[in-house]
Design a protein around this ligand. Structure first.
Ligand SMILES: Nc1nc2c(ncn2[C@@H]2O[C@H](COP(=O)(O)OP(=O)(O)OP(=O)(O)O)[C@@H](O)[C@H]2O)c(=O)[nH]1
Length: 299
């Protein structure tokens, strides 16, 4: 019997890792292994999921919709060998991936007898929708998915929510779950076998650039906040761990919304220093300038 795969897609910072964390901790009694594909070689998402899943493997340095396809297939085989009792595998795509590419590689005939792609779930960042609705990559992610989960809807008005449902309905999407109303039952991701019609040619979107910044020491929190505020207008996403006098903190920024919280124990145990990934569109993202500003934090 092949192991079902849930593929989780969604734009940068939409809420994929948070969703997978909830899925792993839900009361379903299933043994779930997770494969995460971060943008960059510092795998922040794997660190955040470690301890929650039965096995977490991070795929680094590339995107599983294009350059890492072979790695994904190899990783799936490793997951199956290392975790023979696995009931379900969840794969987190990077925020810049078109799920069609990953779905295509999962149709590998040899693999199909061991794992089967069952459901593609797309996370929708509701407050970000206005900025995203005309984006071809966002549309490819939404169109290529079977179910859609609305994240960050707290504080959204009924009119705004109706508009979101309207946008998704226009794209022919009916299975929509508002995560603020509760996490969907596992059965939602585990349907009767789906017929997958011919997959679209995956969109290759090379508009993004990123910088990974690491420093094996402490930085000043106030100065870090001021540097990030200055950089924010040119970034789409930034995340990682910063080591400050207060301890190890998890930094998250999507668009201009930023949060700092205590780093999860599993992640902070291995965490002495700063590890950040910053992503933007090439036309606005000057990696040298970003690096220079961050290097300024090293006193
Ligand atoms: N308020 C609120 N914040 C959320 C929700 N889901 C995610 N977030 C926050 O949004 C930020 C990004 O969430 P992630 O789960 O890391 O998003 P992601 O899609 O995995 O991000 P990438 O892998 O970088 O593309 C974090 O600060 C989360 O805490 C939600 O439903 N409500």
């Amino acid at each position: 019997m092949s192991v079902p795969v849930l593929l989780v897609t969604g734009f940068l910072g939409a809420g994929k890792t948070s969703f997978i964390n909830q899925l792993l901790q839900a009361d379903h009694g299933l043994r779930i292994a997770a494969i995460v594909n971060d943008f960059g070689s510092i795998n922040i998402d794997a660190a955040l999921l470690e301890g929650a899943a039965d096995g977490v493997i991070g795929l680094k340095n590339g995107c599983i919709c294009c350059s890492l396809q072979g790695d994904l297939l190899r990783t799936l085989k490793i997951v199956l060998n290392q975790n023979p009792g696995t009931d379900h595998i969840v794969i987190e795509a990077s925020g810049v991936a078109d799920p069609a590419g990953i779905a295509q590689s999962l149709t590998d005939p040899v693999l199909w007898s061991q794992v089967r792609l069952e459901t593609i779930a797309c996370l929708i960042d509701v407050p970000d929708l206005a900025a995203r609705a005309d984006d071809p990559l966002w549309k490819a992610q939404v169109s290529g998915s079977d179910i859609h989960c609305l994240a960050k809807t707290e504080g959204t008005t009924l009119t705004e929510l109706t508009a979101v449902h309207g946008t998704l309905a226009d794209l022919g999407k009916q299975h929509v779950f508002d995560l603020s109303k509760g996490f969907p039952q596992m059965a939602v991701f585990h349907p009767e076998p789906r017929k997958r019609t011919a997959l679209n040619k995956p969109l290759q979107d090379d508009r993004f650039a990123h910088l990974e910044w690491q420093y094996n020491g402490k930085i000043d929190l106030r100065r870090f906040q001021s540097v990030m505020s200055a950089l924010a207008p040119d970034l789409l996403r930034a995340k990682g761990f910063v080591w400050v006098a207060e301890g190890s903190l998890l930094f998250q920024m999507t668009g201009t919304r930023a949060t700092l919280s205590r780093a999860p124990e599993v992640a902070s145990a291995a965490q002495q220093g700063c590890r950040l990934v910053l992503i933007g569109e090439r036309k606005r993202f000057d990696a040298d300038r970003v690096e220079q500003q961050l290097n300024g934090l090293i006193a």
